[in-house]
Ligand binder design. Sequence first.
Ligand code: ARG
Length: 442
Amino acid sequence: MTDVRATVIELLGQLGSSREARQYLKQFSRVDQTRFAVVKVGGAVLRDDIDALASALAFLHQLGLTPIVLHGAGPQLDEAMREAGLTVEKHDGLRVTTEAVMAVVRPIIYEANTRLIDALESRGVKARGVLHGVFKSHLADPDHLGLVGEVDEVVLEPLSAAIRAGALPVLACLGESPSGQMMNINADMAAQELVWAVAPHKVIFLTETGGLLGPDGGIISAINLSADFDRLMQSDWVHSGMALKLKTIATMLERLPSDTSVSITSAPKLTRELFTHTGAGTLIRRGEMIEWHTALDGERQQAVEGLFEASFQRRLREDWLAERVVRGWLVAESDRAAALICEGVDGVAYLDKIVVTPEAQGEGLGAALWSALRERFEAMYWRSRINNPINGWYFQQCEMSMRRGGWVVFGVGVDSGACFDKWVTDAQQRSAGWVDGETRHD
Ligand code: ARG
């Protein structure tokens, strides 16, 4: 390992744990470097945040990672057209590109591209502007759109040649016909076609907001499409722009391997997003289903017990399950998240155990498991050791809580204080099922 790489890994460690950073670096280095990532940079980021952008990309380059960068130049174009006395006209969301508009578009795109190349090279990063030869196109609708192109084929050779030479390819959204007619390609469409052709491990959108915004105005950390898509589309706070974005990303991911993920983040947060479990931005994956089982087959049972034991770092007693009245299990397809629900008092569900690996937590499986639980059980209670670090989160989720002995008991869907009292009494006397009896968290 080179000195730089060692220093960089140490730096990364300061973001989260260095084990975490190493794990992601290994994951990202394992794939062929033409397939590590496609990074789509919005024009506004290029205009307003170029230093952070160039630094983040330079950092990846120093780690030996070579993302393919694709940039738009929308706001720059709007401004240049205004200055040239041209009105910006859109048709079906696409910029109508007459010859006169093209005359403005071309130099602006070249300039945006050069600015990024210069910023990278001044940081010692080899970068190569790729302005032609990638998007083979035809005119989409010449009568209404002028020189707007629709992509027929993505030619990857100029990009892989750059990567082989150790350079970051920086690609603009320009296409051309077989005879060399240049066309303006919408940046979102160019991104979609490029991603399908490259099939990268990560798709990264760098925006100014740095993620998708949830109902409270905060950034949604992770979306697991299999579990969350329908629910999100039906939520009244998901406005049309966001719904369109989600649909586009869902369509994009459908044609890619299931371990591909999309990260929407900002230039300054890119490193944290990539090298920590919790990330910084919105992570979207096709994700996995969380299924309900009234009983698990032997192999699954073993996998889930293994997950419980690894996460609590305790061993389960031989008879731990025999002493429970099990209602069922909610388990993620990958066995990285699971919950055991037992019979509680008055026919209410008792959440006996719930575990999500840290990595799966970062992917949003924890949240998906929780909503699956809430959908299935209107009323439910559970307990946790008073010193369990997750309690803050439980307090947010519960409607009632009470501390008794070494435990906090939480409940949702509670009718009355008297009935909650019965739940508390029941919860705190239950056996944990671990070999040594007591456990730190439960
Ligand atoms: N570092 C991982 C990745 O980039 C996980 C990121 C999690 N991000 C999030 N916003 N939840 O694939």
